[in-house]
Design a protein around this ligand. Structure first.
Ligand code: FS2
Ligand code: SF4
Length: 550
C-alpha cells in the first residue's frame, strides 16, 4: 500500500504516505492496492479511448465510466474492496471492447502503453500481487521524489476533475472535448514521464480542463434547479420523522424530496449539501426543513445521534461502525463501505421505510438560521452594491475563506481568521470548511451580509466569476483586486481547484493547514516562485501581511 493523496496522510521523517496495513482514513491496504490496480487499468482504457477516436469510435458509456470509477478512489469515497474489484472488471471489459473496435478498423496498436497492455489476474489474490507495479509512487528510486511528486500532483488533480465530471454527468452535462482531454491526461500519466516541464504543463492543463468542467457543472445545477437565491436555513432539529442527505449530489436530494412528499418525513441536508437550500427547485419542498450537523469529520457522533436514516450521495464517508449507525446509512453511486446498504437506481423506499420505523426528533429545538445561496447569480446581483461600497470606501477588502474541513486542531486557523477579518471586509466562503465559522454572526455592510456562502467546493466557479466581474468593473487584473484567497485543503477536489486557480494566473493564494505531503520542498519552491503561493502561518502574521500589502 502507498497512498499520500490527502492532507491527513501519515508523515514521518523517514517519508510521507500511508503505507502500512491501513491508512489514517481507515482504508485498508487491500482496498488501497485494488484502487491502484483500478487506476492503472483505467489508464489503459483511456489509451484505447483516445486511439479509438482517431477512427471515429466514441463510446459514451465508456467515456462516462472512466472518470466515474476514478472518482471511487478519492479520499473517503469507497472502502469496499468487492466494489473496487467490480470496477476493475468493468474497466477491463471496456478496454477489450475498445481494443477490438480499434482492431476491426485496422488500427496500429503496437505502441500501446504498458497500462494499455496490462493483463489482469483472475482473482483478488492475483490482483493484489499485481498491485506493487501499479503503485502511484512507482519508479521512485529511479526518478526521485520531485518527479514522483509532480506526477502525483497531476494524478490527484485529475482525480478531482474526474469527480466533478461525474457530478456534472448526473446533471446531464457531458462534453466530447472534455472526455478526449481527460483520456489524454489519464493515458499520458501512465507513461511515467520524468520531464519536469511536461509534468508542470500537464498540471496546468488539468487545471484549465477543470475550469471547463466546473462551468459545465454550474450549468447543470442551474438549469436543473434554477439560480441559488439567498436563503435562511434552520440548523436546529424539527420535531418529526427524518432523513439526512449528505454529499454533493443534488439530483439524489431532489429524488428523495419527491419520494418523501406527503409522507410526514422531514429531510435535512448535511455537509456539502447545505447550499441545496438556495436552489428554487429544491427549496420549494416544504419538508426540506434544514441542515443537520456540520462537516464530514463529525459524522461519527452527529449521525449516531440522528434519529433517522442517512444517505451518502458522494464524499466524504467515514467508518459508520464507530457511531453504530452502519445499519441505517445508505450509499449511492460510487460511495461504498463494506456491509452497508447500497442503493442503485432511483427507488429510495428502503430509506423511507427506515425513516418511518425510527423515532425521529421528539421535539422542536429553538431555530437558528444561517444564510446560504450566494452563488454566481446572487453575487452578480449584489455586485453593483458591492462596487458602490468599494468606491465609497465602506468595503476595503474581500477574503475568500474556503475549502475542506478536517479534524486537525490547526484548522481552527480558519475560524480565527474569519473572526479576525476587519469589519470593513466581506468574507466569501465555500465547501465544507465553512462549518468552522458559518454559525457565527458577522453582521453586514450597508445591508450586504459580511459572510457570503457561495456554495459547494465546485462553486469556486461562482467565486471566480465574481472576481472576473469585479476586475472588469475596476479595469484591473484579478491579482490587483483587494481580494485574498485563504484556502484549506483536504482531498483531491481541492487539489484540482488549486490547479484551476493557478492555471488562471491567480497569485498569492494562502493554502493550509499543511502543504501536500507529496510535494517536496523543491516543488513547493517552484509553486512559490511561479505563483507566489503561500502556506498559512499564523492568523496575525498572514492578515497583517495581506492588509499591509493592500
Ligand atoms: Fe468536504 Fe469532503 Fe467538497 Fe471535499 S465533504 S472535504 O470531499 O468535496 O469538500
Ligand atoms: Fe492515507 Fe489519505 Fe490515502 Fe487515506 S486517503 S490512505 S488517509 S493518504
Amino acid at each position: 500500500m502507498f497512498c499520500v493523496q490527502c492532507e491527513q496522510t501519515i508523515r514521518t521523517p523517514a517519508g510521507n504516505g500511508c503505507s502500512f496495513a491501513q491508512g489514517m482514513c481507515g482504508k485498508t491496504s487491500e482496498t488501497s492496492d485494488l484502487q491502484d490496480v483500478l487506476i492503472y487499468t483505467l489508464q489503459g482504457v483511456s489509451w484505447y479511448a483516445l486511439r479509438a477516436r482517431e477512427f471515429g469510435i466514441v463510446n459514451a458509456d465508456i467515456d462516462a465510466f472512466v472518470p466515474r470509477a476514478f472518482f471511487a478512489t478519492l479520499t473517503n469515497v469507497n472502502f469496499d474492496s468487492d466494489r473496487i474489484v467490480a470496477f476493475i472488471r468493468e474497466a477491463n471489459a471496456a478496454r477489450d471492447f475498445l481494443k477490438n473496435a480499434c482492431s476491426e478498423k485496422g488500427a496500429d496498436l503496437s505502441d500501446a502503453t504498458a497500462a494499455a497492455r496490462f493483463e489482469l489476474a483472475e482473482d483478488m489474490a492475483g490482483l493484489l500481487l499485481q498491485a506493487p507495479a501499479t503503485l502511484p509512487n512507482r519508479g521512485l528510486a529511479e526518478v526521485g521524489e520531485d518527479i514522483v511528486g509532480l506526477r502525483l500532483l497531476c494524478l490527484y488533480g485529475l482525480k478531482g476533475a474526474a469527480a466533478y465530471m461525474e457530478h456534472a454527468r448526473v446533471l446531464h452535462q457531458q462534453s466530447q472535448e472534455i472526455y478526449a482531454e481527460f483520456h489524454k491526461h489519464m493515458s499520458w500519466l501512465a507513461t511515467d514521464s520524468a520531464e519536469v516541464g511536461a509534468l508542470l504543463e500537464c498540471a496546468m492543463a488539468i487545471g484549465q480542463m477543470n475550469y471547463k468542467v466546473m462551468e459545465m457543472l454550474d450549468k447543470g445545477e442551474t438549469e436543473a434547479f434554477g439560480h441559488p437565491e439567498p436563503t435562511q436555513v434552520n440548523v436546529k432539529p424539527v420535531k418529526g420523522k427524518c432523513i439526512v442527505v449528505s454529499g454533493h449530489d443534488l439530483i439524489d436530494l431532489e429524488e428523495i424530496l419527491k419520494q418523501t412528499e406527503g409522507k410526514g418525513i422531514n429531510v435535512y441536508t448535511n455537509g456539502e449539501m447545505l447550499p441545496a437550500h438556495g436552489y428554487p427547485e429544491l427549496k420549494k419542498y416544504k419538508h426540506l426543513v434544514g441542515n443537520y450537523g456540520s462537516a464530514w469529520q463529525n459524522q461519527q457522533h452527529e449521525f449516531a445521534e440522528f434519529p433517522g436514516p442517512i444517505v451518502m450521495t458522494s464524499n466524504c464517508i467515514i467508518d459508520p461502525n464507530v457511531g453504530n449507525y452502519a445499519d441505517r446509512i445508505y450509499t449511492r453511486n460510487i460511495v461504498g463501505w463494506p456491509g452497508v446498504n447500497h442503493i442503485e437506481g432511483e427507488d429510495f423506499s428502503a430509506v423511507i421505510e427506515k425513516a418511518l420505523e425510527m423515532p425521529g426528533f421528539e421535539y422542536d429545538e429553538i431555530p437558528h438560521n444561517i444564510l446560504t445561496g450566494f452563488a454566481r447569480n446572487a453575487l452578480m446581483s449584489a455586485a453593483p452594491a458591492v462596487v458602490e461600497g468599494v468606491k465609497n470606501g465602506d468595503i476595503k477588502h474581500f477574503f475568500l475563506i474556503g475549502g475542506c474541513d478536517g479534524d486537525k486542531a490547526e484548522r481552527s486557523y480558519y475560524k480565527e481568521f474569519a473572526e479576525s477579518v476587519p469589519q470593513d471586509s466581506l468574507i466569501l466562503t465555500l465547501a465544507c470548511g465553512k462549518f468552522k465559522f458559518n454559525k457565527l454572526e458577522f453582521g453586514d455592510i450597508n445591508g450586504i451580509p459580511r459572510l457570503l456562502d457561495v456554495g459547494q467546493c465546485n462553486d469556486a466557479y461562482s467565486a471566480i466569476q465574481l472576481a472576473l466581474a469585479l476586475a472588469e468593473t475596476f479595469e484591473c487584473g484579478v491579482n490587483d483586486l483587494p481580494l485574498s484567497l485563504i484556502l484549506s485543503w483536504f482531498e483531491q477536489k481541492a487539489i484540482v481547484i488549486l490547479l484551476t486557480l493557478l492555471s488562471l494566473g491567480i497569485k498569492n493564494i494562502h493554502v493550509g493547514p499543511t502543504a501536500p505531503a507529496f510535494l517536496t520542498d523543491n516543488l513547493l519552491g517552484v509553486l512559490v516562485d511561479k505563483f507566489d503561493l503561500k502556506l498559512t502561518s499564523t492568523v496575525e502574521q498572514d492578515l497583517n501581511a495581506i492588509l499591509n500589502a493592500a
